[in-house]
Design a protein. Structure first.
Length: 112
């Protein structure tokens, strides 16, 4: 069966997280788990850790500012839910490409 709609673009992620699973201490048994996608992790890293503007961060991930805003809002909501409910947070999945260095888009100017 064919998927409907436009295919999702790959998000540019510059760093692979060193730790992919966060689990609360002090909660007996196995806590519930919340999935945080790699693009959501990257949005949190750029906006909250590196303190970039949404426009700068969106340019870094090569997505629109509106898309970045939507990803960031969802990521913040998931992290807040994980902290308040004592759930484990696992970082994995999503459509992304890890790139440690993004080449700037250059326009060649011909000189006569």
């Amino acid at each position: 069966m064919r998927t409907r709609g436009r295919p999702r673009k790959y998000r540019i992620v510059k760093l692979d997280p060193k730790i992919s699973h966060f689990s609360p201490r002090g909660k007996p048994g196995r806590p519930d788990e919340i999935g945080l996608k790699m693009d959501e992790f990257e949005a949190l890293r750029l906006a909250d850790y590196l303190d970039l503007t949404q426009k700068e961060a969106a340019k870094s991930m090569r997505i629109s500012q509106q898309t970045f805003s939507r990803i960031l809002r969802k990521a913040r909501n998931l992290v807040a839910k994980g902290i308040t409910t004592g759930s484990a947070i696992r970082i994995q999945g999503g459509q992304y490409v890890i790139s440690s260095r993004i080449e700037p888009i250059r326009k060649e100017i011909k000189t006569i």
